[in-house]
Design a protein around this ligand. Structure first.
Ligand code: SPV
Ligand code: MG
Length: 289
């Protein structure tokens, strides 16, 4: 009897289709992705915001597709859970989307997510002047992405920023429906409100079989159980890992300088052995024997 190993696209598809709400967390490099996996999340979100931040740059289409793909490929080679790659606008026109899908699929991700903002884009939480491309233009990007993929299970998520732009739930639903008709395997609905009300309304009115993904960054008090009851299929904790790293690094380094040694931090930082484990050192040492 042969054992069929499920592909990453198939596993991501199953997470989205499962009756249990999936949980993904944002990562920015191989190590953070590995920690997402070890914590027990179902999938990694290769986040444009946090990958940009890890390069000391803002999330405004400064990095190129090659930069994001390199960071994402490092995650793929370290992780045994599916990666959903945040591919911004698809890095340009529908032609760029086709190149992006070929490149990311070849790199081994489970799927990609593209959003209906104008290229170059800025992060959803920056400023008030976010601009969307016309609905049909983005629907065509989705259709091109689906026509380009090789593995039929490869996942293409369509993200609408209609709520981010203050265009209201009707516009968000119209866009999401059109993207689903164009072939999207899931819809990501984003919001920057402090409460989840507009997301709950969107989910309540969503009338397609296509799964819905949510990102509770600003409406963080909305828990997984509530998201599940409201009908969300995947919840992404997009940037908490990076923000935790920023705080932990700043606190640790500050304390070392203030106290003149690392005594005060030793019990709060990972041991060398924990880092060796993350590096899978033992497996590599075998080659050296
Ligand atoms: C990201 O993590 O890069 C995202 C989510 O796209 S957000 O930063 O909320 O736009
Ligand atoms: Mg992003």
């Amino acid at each position: 009897m042969s054992t069929q190993v499920e592909s990453m696209p198939m596993r991501l598809r199953e997470i989205l289709r499962s009756s249990r709400t999936g949980r993904a967390a944002g990562a920015y490099d191989a190590l953070s992705a590995k920690l997402v996996e070890r914590a027990g999340f179902d999938a990694v979100w290769a986040s444009s915001f946090t990958i940009s931040a890890s390069r000391g740059l803002p999330d405004m289409s400064l990095l190129t597709m090659t930069d994001y793909l390199e960071a994402t490929s490092h995650m793929v080679s370290t992780c045994d859970i599916p990666i959903l790659a945040d591919c911004d606008t698809g890095f340009g026109t529908a032609v760029n989307v086709a190149h992006m899908v070929r490149s990311y699929e070849a790199a081994g991700v489970g799927g990609v997510c593209i959003e209906d903002k104008v290229f170059p884009k800025t992060n959803s939480f920056v400023g008030e002047r976010q601009m969307l491309v016309p609905t049909e233009q983005f629907a065509r990007k989705i259709a091109v992405a689906k026509a380009t993929q090789d593995n039929p299970d490869f996942v293409v998520v369509a993200r609408t920023e209609a709520l981010i732009c203050g265009l209201g739930i009707d516009e968000a639903l119209d866009r999401a429906r059109r993207y689903a008709e164009a072939g999207a395997d899931a819809i990501l609905i984003h919001s920057k409100q402090r409460r989840a009300d507009e997301i709950v309304q969107f989910l309540g009115r969503w009338d397609f079989e296509v799964p819905v993904v949510v990102v509770p960054t600003t409406y963080y008090s909305w828990g997984l159980d509530e998201a599940s009851r409201a009908g969300a299929d995947l919840v992404i904790y997009a940037n908490q890992a990076l923000r935790a790293a920023v705080s932990a690094l700043a606190d640790t380094l500050g304390l070392i300088l203030r106290t003149g040694s690392s005594v005060a931090v030793e019990s709060n930082i990972a041991s060398l052995q924990e880092v060796f484990d993350l590096q899978q050192l033992e497996e590599w040492l075998v080659f050296d024997r």
